[in-house]
Design a protein around this ligand. Structure first.
Ligand SMILES: Nc1nc2c(ncn2[C@@H]2O[C@H](COP(=O)(O)OP(=O)(O)O)[C@@H](O)[C@H]2O)c(=O)[nH]1
Ligand SMILES: [Mg+2]
Length: 510
């Protein structure tokens, strides 16, 4: 994460004054003979040293419990904003100077007091001064005893002293607004908190450290350069332009498209890591679906019985495969039935089958294939489906070659365990994601942005391929739209609704 602002903005105005005086020959150093571009660099380049973008953009102070509710060793209440130290002085009692006069990074031990001076808890108080804090504002962290009551009372004390309750994700929202992290990094914070596997956590860390931002920014910068060059061609008529200009722009637009496409390719893996892969077990009654569920989970989660139609509802459990979270679902056996309860179960099963990232379709391979199974198999989506021909211990009647499908099929006897190639089959269908080291991957929000950007870039490419000058003007505006759209990923371009929807995914206190 970048370290925001180092110099006070007032110094920048002093610097501007010095450059101006030198330019106007008011000082012994005379800048007037320098080329104007050099003067421009002298005035603009140091601007990045000054924290213009990290000036606090909020004027109220927020507080929230940042740890999970329940019995625990400690609980943390976080307070951020201009009144953080006023609040700390009001609620903290310890030896020595009050918190507001302590150095940043100080760790104080003392008592937490309510507005009525009641002793609430024995606490540790941490002090962070703007801009060197998570939010870039003044922050205090109260570490008190865990449990439902202590943390709530500590929060109440901070609220009574002038803070207001924080909205979900508001601390991170302030960190974003104050320039500590971009929107992609901020989203990664929520992904890390939600991560259900080491692999998902590693991907979130990569994104939080700016891995994904780098990729988005590289494409953004290339489109900025393209837009500038495209706009500069507008000053000339087609005949005046060197013949290589338009083909060159077209090629660079192709490069931008390729970059966008390669980022889009990480969506599937991102979806699996964030949401988990929905793995649905389906087939006729009594083929061994619940046996498979239990074998994969290594527990007797679902009832296994020789009575067909035992599983009537869907049963969902989580598990991990190579760091990818799976949502494993056992479903009611598919058949025609008069029983309304079983019928409801079958409808639920169908709805899961339609949404599945991966379908494991079971067939009793010891019996002849009937029309029902033939029909189901013919409708399977090959690259999302694995077929198990179960009960081979009873004698094999159906072989994989008897099935008219491109989906992978393997004979097995679940009574004896999973076939050795079963997990490899699952891995292959999950896109081989687990084979590469963890890396930042896009989310559905990013995918929508990339698709719209790609559309605008491709449209620009078509528009500049003609000799029609009006279309070149249109192309320049289309490319500006592409930039505006893409800017919403990192948050270069944002509005309140965008931030509301991003930060509503967060928990309170982060
Ligand atoms: N012989 C044999 N029986 C099995 C095998 N797999 C499951 N079964 C039995 O088949 C019956 C139905 O299994 P179950 O998992 O409940 O099937 P479901 O209705 O598809 O969920 C049970 O009696 C299981 O013990 C197998 O590989 N071989
Ligand atoms: Mg069952």
């Amino acid at each position: 994460m970048k370290d925001p602002g180092r110099l006070p903005p007032g110094l920048y105005f002093l610097w501007l004054f010095v450059v101006f005086s030198a330019y106007e020959e008011m000082t012994p150093i005379d800048l007037a003979p320098l080329p104007s571009a050099m003067i421009l660099v002298l005035t603009l380049a140091p601007a990045s040293l000054f924290p213009f973008t990290t000036m606090p953009v909020t004027d109220d102070t927020i507080a929230a419990i940042s740890t999970a509710p329940g019995e625990a060793g400690i609980a943390v209440v976080r307070v951020s904003g201009p009144d953080a130290f006023v609040i700390a002085d009001a609620i903290f009692e310890g030896s020595g100077d009050p918190p507001s006069r302590r150095k940043p990074g100080a760790i104080l031990h003392g008592q937490l007091r309510s507005a009525e001076a009641e002793r609430l808890d024995d606490i540790i108080l941490l002090i962070f001064r703007a801009p060197r804090s998570y939010t870039c504002e003044d922050v205090i962290e109260i570490q008190g005893h865990g449990g439902h009551v202590s943390a709530r009372r500590a929060l109440q004390a901070a609220l009574d002293a002038g803070a207001r309750p924080a909205e979900p994700g508001e601390f991170t929202r302030r960190a974003f607004l104050n320039g500590r992290l971009d929107l992609l990094q901020a989203e990664a914070v929520a992904d890390l908190i939600r991560a259900r596997s080491d692999r998902a956590a590693a991907a979130a860390m990569e994104q939080m450290e700016g891995g994904l931002s780098l990729l988005f920014n590289a494409i953004y910068d290339s489109i900025v350069a393209l837009a500038a060059d495209l706009e500069s061609t507008l000053d000339f008529s087609h005949e005046e332009l060197p013949p290589s200009v338009i083909p060159d722009l077209r090629e660079r637009l192709g490069g931008a498209s390729a970059g966008l496409r390669s980022l889009l390719e990480t969506w599937h893996e991102g979806h699996l890591l964030r949401e988990g892969a929905l793995v649905v077990i389906a087939g006729k009654p009594n083929v061994g679906k619940s046996t498979l569920m239990n074998t994969m989970l290594r527990s007797s989660r679902a009832i296994v019985s020789e009575i067909p139609g035992t599983t009537r509802d869907t049963i969902e459990e989580g598990m991990l495969l190579d760091g990818i979270p799976l949502r494993l679902v056992d479903t009611a056996g598919l058949r025609i039935t008069d029983c309304p309860i079983e019928q409801e179960g079958i409808e639920r099963a169908q709805s899961y089958i339609e949404r599945a990232d991966l379908l494991i379709y079971l067939i009793d391979g010891s019996m002849d294939l009937d029309d029902w199974d033939r029909d189901q198999v013919a409708r399977l989506v090959a690259d999302k489906c694995l077929i198990l021909l179960n009960k081979s211990d009873l004698g094999r009647v159906v072989a994989p070659t008897d099935l008219t499908t491109a989906a992978r099929a393997m004979p097995c006897s679940l009574a004896q365990g999973l076939p050795p190639s079963f997990e490899d089959g699952l891995r292959a269908l999950l896109g081989g994601a687990a084979q590469v080291p963890p890396h930042a991957v896009i989310s559905e929000r990013h995918r929508q942005i990339l698709l719209r950007t790609l559309e605008a870039v491709e449209e620009t490419r078509v528009l500049i391929s003609t000799d029609d000058e009006a279309k070149i003007v249109l192309a320049a505006s289309t490319l500006r739209t592409a930039l505006e759209t893409l800017g919403k990923a990192t948050g270069r371009v944002y509005h309140d609704e965008l931030l509301d929807s991003v930060f509503s995914r967060f928990c309170v206190g982060k």
